[in-house]
Design a protein around this ligand. Structure first.
Ligand code: NA7
Length: 576
């Protein structure tokens, strides 16, 4: 068997994997490779090429902050970036930094086993149906939090004779014009697809379980003056983003809802609505919409009144109006509710008329009070906009076996996925997760940057220690159970009082039947997360052993000095 050695393998070539590869190769000068199951770079943006895909972060911060020259040169036409433009940007970054030569596509990690005898990871990866074996010191997983598609558990799916499409695997050649289309799911993805395809299809039915609160995106072209302002202020802009709660580039209010007169509150919501952006609406006017029931209900009422204003058919408006807290991921759109004014667009309220099964020519629903009365909605295509097995979905699909044979799947089976600061798991030495569980809930690129830098610095420290110890040094770094526990406690504290906790969504794992419902994010904000990381680093990487911090090198190496099998760091192929 041929075993190739590398210093590090990065799994995933999306936002996280690209930056990690760059840092390990350019900053740490390691021999590193990045692999991805997809046919090219882009991660979630590669897979989710559905019509209407768009980032809802201000475009000038939905990007890397570290290439200052590129920030000045790479322009966006609009305030929000469309999916194809995000993909083009990531390809541009990869080519600009010559990263492609260390990337391998259509390549899947199959298993990763920690080998205590050599203090390295034994990996199996598959490319063109051929399994390859690698031995690496560092394993970095940038698998994406929203990348394993969630298919609904509805009977009869395979009997459908028309097109079956998941938004996270959108076929390049599908033409939906003149088709009768049913779409299941109206989260962030569903409302984007509905808005984009409604004017083009023959008929569109939204099969909706929970109606959603959405506000206008406010997208518009970027003026030259605005662009100039952004270019001249990038340092300050990114500094503010790193210190903010959401990292979204929207103002974050410190004004409690009840602190201003009742007569002025609607006006605040109206102003937010006119400016656009779901995060601005939730965080920009009042500080407590996500935590205070009265503030939240007022926000809900405001959006419900807008639905009544926009949607002319009273019955459609009734079905589209949400009743629960406005405490899922905030949404925005480019005319979602208005789409239902088109005569060929309608909503099927699944709480009243649930899906009984999928049949060969469409979706069958019944009536909640009389299940014997069924209706078949005839369709040419069914779109599943049913989201993802988020956060741990891709980890559970693979085999990660850490110290003493423990698999990540088993470790996470009962209490849900856990980590220390989103990047490290006890008993999984020298494994670094980009956007693992309990990372900050915020705009993704700045969260990725924070986590990649932390992983890079941990690896750099491990490399230093390995160097100091001479050829026999292993440079093994691992977080402790206590550190993970204390971070989980901190995450629980930060989520206390959040209405998100009381509202079922993918954020807590409620969207996949059988998934453990648990806290999967840090709700303390990106700024606070960055402060915690800074403190941890100042305290000698508190919580990790093997880096000269609170633990000792001996403590970790004591466990791994059992044998002296050395494959370390050789940049060549070896036969074993
Ligand atoms: P989401 O936000 O998880 O939305 C999935 C949607 O699919 C949501 O409306 C669900 O209804 C619906 N769904 C899921 N399963 C079913 C079944 N079995 N029957 C009917 N409806 C179902 O995924 P998205 O892709 O929209 O967004 C995920 C993130 O990606 C988003 O937050 C952005 O950050 C990018 P439910 O609300 O559960 O009743």
């Amino acid at each position: 068997m041929t075993v190739k050695t590398l210093d590090a393998l990065v799994v995933g070539c999306g936002f996280g994997g690209i930056y990690m590869l760059r840092e390990l190769r350019e900053t740490l000068k390691l021999n590193v490779k990045a692999i991805d199951m997809n046919g090219d770079v882009g991660g979630t943006w590669y897979a989710n090429r559905y019509p209407g895909a768009m980032s809802d972060t201000e475009s000038y911060i939905y990007r890397y902050s570290w290439d200052k020259e590129d920030l000045q040169q790479q322009h966006w036409s609009h305030h929000y970036i469309q999916g194809p433009d995000v993909l083009a940007y990531l390809k541009h970054v990869v080519d600009r930094h010559g990263l492609r030569k260390d990337m391998q596509f259509d390549t899947e990690l199959i298993s990763a086993d920690w080998d205590d005898s050599i203090s390295q990871w034994q990996l199996q990866i598959k490319h063109n149906n051929i399994t390859q074996h690698y031995v690496v010191r560092y394993l970095v997983t940038a698998l994406g939090i929203l990348s394993r598609p969630n298919y609904p558990d509805i009977s009869g799916i395979s009997s459908f004779k028309g097109h079956l499409i998941h938004t996270a695997a959108w076929p390049a050649d599908i033409d939906l014009s003149n088709k009768r289309v049913g779409i299941i799911g109206n989260g962030s993805t569903g409302i984007q697809v509905i808005t984009a395809i409604a004017p083009k299809v023959k008929q569109l039915l939204s099969f909706q379980r929970h109606p959603q609160y959405s506000v206008p995106s406010g997208d518009r072209p970027v003026s030259p003056e605005y662009r100039e302002w952004v270019n001249s202020n990038y340092e300050t802009i990114f500094e503010k983003v790193r210190k903010s709660i959401t990292g979204m580039g929207v103002p974050e209010s410190t004004t409690p809802f009840t602190s201003i007169p009742e007569s002025e509150r609607t006006q605040v919501f109206q102003q937010l609505w006119s400016q656009g952006n779901g995060f601005r609406f939730m965080f920009g006017g009042f500080s407590d919409v996500a935590t205070d029931k009265q503030a939240n209900e007022a926000a809900c009422d405001f959006i419900r009144s807008k639905i009544d204003e926009i949607v002319t058919d009273k019955e459609k408006a009734r079905k589209l109006k949400p009743w629960d807290y406005h405490a899922r991921r905030p949404l925005c759109d480019g005319g979602y509710y208005k789409s239902f004014n088109l005569p060929h667009v309608d909503v099927v309220a699944l709480k009243e008329t649930p899906i009984t099964r999928i049949v060969e020519n469409g979706i069958e629903t019944s009536i909640i009070d009389d299940p014997s009365k069924t209706t078949v909605h005839e369709l040419d295509a069914i779109i599943f906009a049913t989201g993802f097995d988020a956060i741990e979905g891709n980890y559970n699909r693979l085999r990660f076996r850490g110290r003493d044979g423990l698999t990540l799947r088993d470790k996470w089976a009962t209490q849900g996925p856990t980590s220390y600061l989103g990047v490290s798991v006890p008993s999984f030495p020298n494994m670094f997760l980009v956007l693992g569980p309990q990372g900050p809930f915020c705009n993704i690129p700045p969260a990725i940057e924070a986590e990649v830098r932390l992983c890079r610095d941990l690896i750099a420290r491990a490399e230093d220690i390995r160097g100091q110890e001479g050829k026999k040094g292993k440079g093994v770094v691992e977080c402790t159970e206590e550190a993970e526990k204390s971070w989980l406690d901190e995450c629980e504290r930060a989520a206390e009082g959040s209405l998100f906790k009381e509202t079922a969504s993918w954020i807590f794992g409620c969207n996949v039947p059988g998934k453990t419902v648990a806290l999967r994010f840090y709700f303390g904000g990106l700024g606070r997360y960055n402060e915690v990381v800074e403190d941890v680093v100042k305290e000698g990487y508190k919580g990790w052993v093997g880096l000269g911090g609170e633990g000792s090198q001996e403590k970790v190496n004591g466990r791994v000095e059992k044998t002296d099998g050395v494959v370390n760091g050789e940049k060549k192929e070896v036969e074993v």
